[in-house]
Write a protein that binds this ligand. Structure first.
Ligand SMILES: Nc1ncnc2c1ncn2[C@@H]1O[C@H](COP(=O)(O)OP(=O)(O)OP(=O)(O)O)[C@@H](O)[C@H]1O
Length: 276
C-alpha cells in the first residue's frame, strides 16, 4: 500500500475519533458527571449502536458527536477535524422526527437540502435531490402531505429522508424508532438496513432495543450505568450483510450476540432507575 493510501485508510478507521471525553453538567444541586473516560473510534461506513440503561448518557454522547454540546474534558474528531459545533456533515434524526408542521413532506426535506446545497446548485438539482430522498424511503405518494396528515412511521421516514438528503458523512440517530409500534419499527429497521447498504453511510444510533442493535450494527457499544457512566464493553457483530431478520432469528451467532448484550445489561449492569 502507498503511503498516501495507508494514511487514508488509517483516517477511515478513525473516521469518528473520541478520546478521553468527560461530560459534567452544572445543576442546581452541584456538578453532575454524566460521562467519564469515553474512548471510541468509528470507522467510515460502520454502523454503531449505543446501548445502556436509561440515564446512562447515550444521548449525551450522541449530542457530543453532533456538536450540540462540548465536552468538559477530552476531544472529538470527525474526518480528522475537531467537532466544535453542529455541521451538515453530521445529520441528526431524533425520536420525535422534529418536522415543521406547516410544511409538506417535500418542503420539510427541501429546506434541509437548500441549506446544504442551495449556494452551489440550481433549483432543479435541489428538487431532484428532494424527490430522490422521498423515493428512497418510499414516500413519493406523500410528497404534498403535511406531518399532521401522515402516520408516526411515515413522519420518522421523512426525518430520515431529510437527514440522508443532506448527504451527511455521518448519520446520528437518537432512538429513531422508539415511539413506534413493533411492526412499524421492524419495517423501518429493514428499510434502514437497505438504505445504509446502498449509501454506505456511517451511522451512530442510540437504542434501548437489543434486537435492533444486533440486527443493524457492526459494533455495539455497551455503556455502564450512570452517573459517571463509561463504555463497559464493545461487541463486534460479525454477521454477513444483507441481513434478514427471519433467517437471523435462528442463527447461532445472532443468538450468541443477543445473549452477550442481555448478559451485559441485566446480569452485569442490573437495572437502575434514572440517576438524575
Ligand atoms: N443538560 C443537562 N444538565 C444536567 N444533567 C443532564 C443534562 N443532560 C443530561 N443530564 C443527565 O445526564 C445523564 C445522562 O442523560 P442522557 O439523556 O444522556 O441518558 P440516556 O442514556 O440517553 O437516557 P434515556 O435512555 O433515558 O434517554 C442523566 O442522569 C441526565 O439526567
Amino acid at each position: 500500500m502507498s503511503e498516501v493510501a495507508s494514511v487514508a485508510s488509517k483516517a477511515d478507521k478513525k473516521f469518528i475519533d473520541i478520546s478521553e471525553v468527560e461530560q459534567t453538567f452544572k445543576t442546581p444541586k452541584g456538578s453532575f458527571q454524566a460521562l467519564r473516560d469515553i474512548n471510541l473510534t468509528v470507522a467510515k461506513g460502520e454502523f454503531v449502536a449505543l446501548i445502556g440503561h436509561s440515564g446512562c448518557g447515550k444521548s449525551t454522547l450522541l449530542n457530543l458527536i453532533a456538536g450540540l454540546t462540548r465536552p468538559t474534558h477530552g476531544g472529538l474528531l470527525c474526518a480528522n477535524k475537531e467537532i466544535s459545533g453542529p455541521g451538515p456533515e453530521r445529520a441528526v434524526v431524533f425520536q420525535n422526527h422534529s418536522l415543521l408542521p406547516w410544511l409538506t413532506c417535500y418542503e420539510n426535506i427541501y429546506l434541509g437540502v437548500e441549506r446544504v446545497f442551495g449556494a452551489t446548485e440550481k433549483k432543479a438539482q435541489l428538487k431532484a435531490r428532494t424527490d430522490a430522498a422521498l423515493a428512497l424511503v418510499g414516500l413519493t405518494p406523500a410528497t404534498n402531505k403535511r406531518p399532521g396528515e401522515i402516520s408516526g412511521g411515515m413522519k420518522q421516514r421523512v426525518g430520515i429522508a431529510r437527514a440522508l438528503a443532506m448527504e451527511p458523512k455521518v448519520l446520528l440517530m437518537d432512538e429513531p424508532f422508539g415511539a413506534l409500534d413493533a411492526l412499524t419499527r421492524a419495517r423501518l429497521q429493514d428499510e434502514l438496513l437497505a438504505i445504509v447498504q446502498k449509501t454506505q453511510s456511517t451511522v451512530v444510533m442510540v437504542t434501548h432495543d437489543v434486537d435492533e442493535a444486533v440486527l443493524l450494527s457492526d459494533k455495539i457499544v455497551m455503556m455502564t450505568n450512570g452517573p459517571s457512566a463509561t463504555i463497559g464493553e464493545v461487541l463486534t457483530v460479525n454477521l454477513e450483510r444483507p441481513r434478514n431478520r427471519v433467517e437471523l432469528a435462528e442463527d447461532r451467532n445472532y443468538v450468541h450476540y443477543r445473549k452477550a448484550v442481555i448478559d451485559f445489561l441485566y446480569t452485569r449492569q442490573g437495572h437502575v432507575e434514572k440517576a438524575a
